[in-house]
Design a protein around this ligand. Structure first.
Ligand code: GTP
Ligand code: MG
Length: 363
């Protein structure tokens, strides 16, 4: 049993020392499949032990963003600067030991921001509060990855921990459908040219005991993505990479670190610089939009919009407003970007756009 770890280390070494090319693709694919299986086993073993130690966070507002970073990168300082919260700030590591929520208002939306303890290398396998913190991500809609500009090397370590917690940041869910069948082996269909060899795909599926299935692949996936699709337990989240404490380095150094980390934004939480840009980006990456409600025969209320997520339908809006609205729905009229003309009469499955005006007609 104890040699799970040994085996995991061995496989990781094999993968990192084998040069990836067409000839080795198959072998690497098999190593990765075996590694994923071992890690899952290791994880489910760990679960039996400590119980009920996760954080409980009640979601409020129109979207939830989680602040993730090493200790002392300035998460609490940033939370306090962005929201109404008052989270303790300290010049020592692990000042924050709990989840501290704050609420930020941006363009009429109320966005919940969660400050959590810092995470370190080994977090995904339980170091510090790592597991609990990373599990809060399962309920978040966006992750703010905060890096101290003085320690850019933290980014790769952090992202590995996130990856090991089954979270995929800024990755699209690969378009792969696996339908298990009773016989006839693996029938593989692809609508794009695949970089992975068919034999490798089949062997990886077999490794996960899938021997009969119809598989349709619609995007050119890597072997890691194939394994993700087979395991089907990954969470896909948008993320924003932020460099903090930019007041503490020279402009030249800052430029270097931006290039190195490909950060989206630079801020100084303490001096409150770059925060407006960050607020706007948070709203954008949460894919929120504004909808203006109008009652029949009345003026539209242009004071307080309803905040909904991009690609919401009229049906989504109805179910958000009241549990009876869908059954009582007769028709609606839409004016604005998604309507062909003002007051267009539309049905429940109409997809709305930002700044639409919606008028619901009920029985
Ligand atoms: N120079 C500079 N210092 C900052 C900035 N933001 C935070 N700090 C300092 O960094 C230290 C740590 O800040 P915290 O906000 O407590 O960091 P944290 O990430 O919440 O730390 P933990 O809760 O321990 O994980 C404090 O001394 C802050 O004053 C910044 O933008 N510039
Ligand atoms: Mg803190």
């Amino acid at each position: 049993m104890a040699d799970y770890n040994e085996k995991i280390k061995d496989l990781e070494k094999q993968i990192s020392t084998t040069k990836y090319n067409k000839k080795t693709q198959h072998a690497i694919g098999m190593y990765k499949a075996q590694l994923a299986k071992l890690k899952d086993k290791e994880e489910s073993r760990g679960k039996g032990g400590k119980k009920g130690e996760g954080y409980v966070v009640r979601k409020t507002g129109d979207g939830t963003a989680l602040l993730l970073g090493f200790p002392s990168v300035g998460k609490s300082t940033l939370l306090n600067a962005l929201t109404n919260a008052n989270s303790e700030v300290g010049a020592y590591d692990f000042t924050t030991l709990d989840v501290i929520p704050g609420l930020m208002e941006q363009d009429h939306a109320k966005i919940q921001i969660l400050d959590v303890p810092g995470i370190v290398r080994g977090a995904a396998s339980g170091k510090g509060r790592g597991k609990e913190v990373l599990s809060v991500m399962q309920n978040a809609d966006l992750v703010l990855i905060l890096i101290d500009v003085n320690y850019p090397e933290q980014l790769d370590i952090l992202m590995k921990e996130v990856y090991d917690s089954h979270i995929r940041v800024n990755q699209r869910r690969p378009d792969v459908r696996i339908k298990k069948t009773a016989k006839d082996g693996i029938r593989l269909g692809a609508t794009v040219k695949l970089s992975l060899q068919r034999d490798t795909i089949k062997a990886v599926l077999n490794e996960f005991k899938i021997n009969n299935a119809d598989v349709i692949i619609r995007s050119d996936i890597t072997v890691d993505q194939l394994i993700d699709c087979i395991e089907n337990n990954k969470k896909y989240l948008p993320g924003i990479t932020i460099l903090n404490k930019i007041d503490s380095v020279s402009e030249e150094r800052l430029e270097e670190v931006i290039k190195l980390t490909k950060a989206d934004l630079c801020v100084s939480a303490q001096k409150e610089t770059g925060l407006e840009e960050l607020r706007v980006l948070i709203f954008k990456r949460l894919e929120l939009m504004k909808l203006w409600m109008k009652e029949p025969a009345k003026e539209v209320d242009m004071k307080e919009p309803l905040i909904i997520t991009t690609n919401s339908t009229v049906k989504d809006v109805c179910s958000k407003l009241h549990k009876d609205f869908i059954s009582k729905f007769k028709f609606c009229r839409v004016t604005g970007p998604s309507a062909k003309f003002p007051g267009q009469k539309l049905s429940l499955n109409h997809v709305l756009k930002n700044n639409d005006i919606l008028e619901l007609h009920m029985t």
